[in-house]
Design a protein around this ligand. Structure first.
Ligand code: ADP
Length: 425
């Protein structure tokens, strides 16, 4: 799959370019053919006009030559335009022959004699066109008497040919565009599918890891509890059972995170809005969190300065988002954690809550993507920080549902600050 995918993209791109090239050369060829057909038509007109004028000459002169040879002999000796044909007669013959060759473009003609002097000419004939006009000698070859030459200028309208082919050109542009668009959509869908399947297997890996560790600990603790020596030692029983309880809590937390995400997927955010003292909730979450911070010898500082900390919010979801932000602040830290939670009330009633850490921070590209579901950045030398990439997408969904906003400012290596702004009560 890994190699086939780029190969397919390359092959399809080459095919589309090839089709484009073939179409362009095909249209070009068609234009050339049309032009050649036109030039052939003019040539035919000249030879046919010559023939008709010769026939007419024989008829006009009441010649009694019947067979081919005597007619040719008669024409060689006598054929001429001057004094025999009128301008209108010649014009009429040319016009008819042009129409027979399907040429409707405007045209002018000119007939000169052996001394290059004008014998007959149409009104609009420009002498400047003489060199480009197609010509034919009207008398048979080696004629003794005349060297009358017919010059014919047909003003070909190149745009007319293009106009005639316009629907073909438009149709091929439209179909090619459709093919390119369809190709683009297919490639994008394939890419998305690929990304999705990678995300899915990442997620399954993470989830199994996250659930396996507590399960293994629980299993070991239970083994220990059934041990003869431990069964009579109440202190040890307490240690092991609290271990089981802790691991159970951890597992519950993970399962809850996945459920939160599943609920968001179905857009089932039902908020139980009530007047909430945010300071109280933040302090409660911070208390529960204190132990984990202590374990890492860190500091969790609260600067709850908002004059009126009340907002309309759902207590459970609000606690969860504060917890998620603190959890990340602690998780993504490679030195002694210093986390600050700060609140501020703006004049317009909006409440800001800032969660600031001195952790690993993130680059600009990561900052734009962390609120996407399942997105996890590479955390450099911070290995083994586990997660599902769901926490912040949940935070954003809940903040949005409360009509608030969340933004992040971060410097790699220095730390990050998440700012929530929520409408006041
Ligand atoms: P998880 O923590 O489960 O991976 P989140 O949605 O909570 O998922 O976070 C998404 C990503 O955002 C994390 O993988 C991490 O790379 C980055 N991130 C979140 N919070 C912080 C933080 N405080 N400092 C640095 N990176 C963070």
């Amino acid at each position: 799959m890994k190699k086939i995918f780029p190969l397919i993209v390359v092959l399809i791109t080459l095919s589309v370019v090839g089709i484009l090239f073939i179409q362009m050369s095909w249209i070009n060829n068609a234009l050339k053919l049309k032009n050649e057909e036109f030039l052939r038509g003019v040539d035919n007109t000249l030879t046919q006009t010559k023939k008709v004028l010769q026939e007419k000459f024989i008829f006009k002169m009441h010649s009694n030559a019947v067979d081919e040879e005597s007619r040719l002999f008669f024409l060689k000796n006598n054929f001429r335009i001057d004094g025999i044909f009128t301008r209108e007669e010649v014009a009429d013959v040319i016009e008819k022959q042009l129409l027979q060759n399907n040429i409707k473009e405007p045209h002018e003609f000119y007939i000169s004699n052996i001394f290059k002097l004008a014998v007959l000419q149409s009104d609009g004939f420009q002498m400047a066109d003489l060199s480009t006009a197609k010509s034919i000698e009207l008398a048979p070859d080696n004629a003794l008497r005349s060297h009358d030459t017919l010059y014919l200028s047909v003003y070909e309208d190149k745009n007319a040919i293009i106009r005639e082919m316009l629907w073909m050109i438009i149709a091929s542009i439209v179909f090619t565009t459709i093919i390119i668009l369809a190709f683009f959509v297919t490639v994008r869908t394939l890419f998305n599918q690929k990304k999705l399947s990678e995300i899915k297997s990442d997620f399954i890996n993470n989830m199994t890891h996250e659930l396996k560790t507590p399960l293994a600990t629980i299993s070991l603790a239970i083994d220990a509890l059934t041990n003869e020596k431990v069964i009579h030692d109440t202190d040890k029983i307490k240690v092991y059972s609290s271990m089981i309880k802790e691991e159970n809590k951890r597992m519950n937390k993970q399962v809850e995170k996945i459920l939160q995400a599943a609920r968001l997927e179905k857009e089932e955010i039902k908020l139980n809005l009530q007047a909430l003292d945010t300071h109280q909730v933040i302090s409660k979450v911070a208390d529960n969190f204190a132990l984990q911070v202590q374990e890492k010898h860190g500091v969790l500082e609260l600067k709850l300065n908002a004059t009126d900390p009340n907002i309309q919010a759902d207590e459970v979801h609000f606690s969860n988002i504060i917890f998620n932000l603190l959890d990340n602040a602690l998780k993504y830290s490679d030195k002694t954690p210093h986390i600050t939670v700060e609140t501020f009330k703006h004049g317009n009633g909006i409440l800001s809550i800032k969660v600031k850490d001195n952790g690993i921070g993130m680059d600009k590209e990561t900052q734009t993507r962390i609120f996407e579901k399942f997105y996890r950045a590479h955390t450099g030398n911070l290995h083994n920080v586990k997660g599902f990439g769901l926490g912040l997408s949940y935070v954003k969904a809940i903040v949005d549902a409360h009509g608030g906003k969340i933004k992040v400012e971060s410097t790699p290596g220095k730390g990050s600050t998440f700012t929530l702004t929520l409408p006041g009560a």
